[in-house]
Write a protein that binds this ligand. Structure first.
Ligand SMILES: NC(=O)c1ccc[n+]([C@@H]2O[C@H](COP(=O)([O-])OP(=O)(O)OC[C@H]3O[C@@H](n4cnc5c(N)ncnc54)[C@H](O)[C@@H]3O)[C@@H](O)[C@H]2O)c1
Length: 277
């Protein structure tokens, strides 16, 4: 598959999880990618693995100058920018409202929402001159349902969805598309990181998360980073050239509603049969 031949992308938070899978998928489909993160060791490893179709740059998405520099690197190194993937994130601690301080609120919004504003703002400048571009923002099921993330995280991810719509509306004129993907439960390091794990413990937490997510949503398996990468690659490609301002759920059916009652009944009957035998 080479539907992204000739395209140039930036992926934020690409040292791990969804961002790393996205960088790999975009390159496999023919794109060249600026891999960015604050985890320089892992980020440089991802870029090295991808060879001369990728380059790593330290980019803290909380800093506007860093995001602007990543865009400058894409145009300086590869000559253009076709796709900006605003993906970097962290989940934060689960606290009661009264124990959530203003610093945590501000940091969540800086990392998860203001960062997306920076990405759109600086990518759109280049894309407007080109007359084309696709911006993909990574939101969360926590933006549309409760109980999937702390208060600041959920509110910031909801802000990403509405910024996606307002930006899509303004930028359509220049044939720049702006969409969000809305992941459900995905087996990555984000939960372990939020729990304070590091090193091998953090890496090993991914498999434990994968097991835990098996029955988290109607489709009976955990979400994988590649599931998001494939949706992002579609939005980056010309196959989605008439799609803008949308939230694309990639959640195994998590947001569909209550579990289907007949499935509860079948499970209860199977459990009762096991007890009788
Ligand atoms: N994994 C899930 O279940 C899930 C669900 C919904 C949404 N998401 C979202 O998906 C995105 C990717 O998360 P993931 O699951 O791949 O997690 P991950 O922890 O594997 O990767 C996140 C990456 O973002 C980087 N990062 C954090 N703060 C940064 C900053 N200030 N500047 C630059 N990079 C920074 C980290 O270093 C890390 O490499 C996040 O926005 C997250 O909120 C994940």
């Amino acid at each position: 598959m080479s539907d992204l031949n000739g395209k140039v992308a930036i992926v934020t938070g690409a040292a791990s999880g969804i961002g790393a899978a996205t960088a790999r998928t975009l390159v496999a489909r023919g794109a060249r990618v600026v891999v960015t993160d604050i985890d320089d060791e892992r980020g440089a490893d991802v870029a090295d693995e991808l060879g001369d179709r990728a380059v790593y740059q330290h980019t803290d998405v909380c800093r506007e100058g860093d995001v602007e520099s990543a865009v400058a690197l894409a145009t300086g190194w590869f000559g253009r920018l076709d796709c900006m993937v605003n993906n970097a994130g962290r989940v934060g601690r689960w606290t009661f409202l009264e124990d959530t301080d203003a610093d945590e609120w501000d940091d969540a919004f800086a990392t998860l929402a203001r960062s997306v504003f920076f990405g759109i703002k600086h990518a759109a400048r280049v894309m407007r001159d080109q007359g084309s571009g696709s911006i993909v923002n990574v939101s969360s099921v926590a933006a549309v349902r409760t109980g999937f993330g702390p208060h600041p995280y959920s509110a910031a991810k909801a802000a990403v969805l509405q910024l996606t719509r307002t930006a899509a509306s303004e930028l359509a004129e220049y044939r720049i598309r702006v969409n969000s993907v809305v992941p459900g439960g995905v087996a990555t390091r984000i939960v372990g990181h939020g729990a304070g794990l590091s090193g091998d413990d953090l890496d090993q937490s991914v498999d434990a998360i994968r097991q835990g997510l098996h029955r988290f949503q109607p489709l009976p398996r955990a979400g994988e980073a590649e599931d998001l990468a494939h949706a992002i690659a579609f939005l980056a490609s010309d196959d989605s050239s008439f799609v803008t301002g949308q939230d694309i759920g990639v959640d195994g059916g998590l947001t569909l509603g209550r579990k289907w009652p007949a499935n509860y009944l079948a499970e209860a009957q199977a459990a009762s049969t096991r007890v009788q035998n």
